[in-house]
Ligand binder design. Sequence first.
Ligand SMILES: [Zn+2]
Length: 105
Amino acid sequence: MFNFLEMFEKSLGLKEPWKVTKAQFIEENRSVHVYVEADKNAEYPCPECNKMCKRYDYEDKERTWRHADVMLYPCFVHCMMPTVKCEEHGINVTDAPWESINPLP
Ligand SMILES: [Zn+2]
């Protein structure tokens, strides 16, 4: 069977510890919404020096990115981004693996 979630993981270039947990079509505004989860026990790179650091927390607000259209419908990626605590650079939000997609303001 065609795996819809896997299709998004591939199109976003996701690997462990990132995964797509949900993808849904909202009929009201005819858009596709993809939800990405970052494993809470994983390590993520510090955005300043790329050193792998333990996850510290999550941002308190979900971020949204505008993905390319899917089956002609606008598609949005949602994720609670993990923060890391680097010995040198303190607490920062790690970079999303799909950073080439523009985040919405
Ligand atoms: Zn650092």
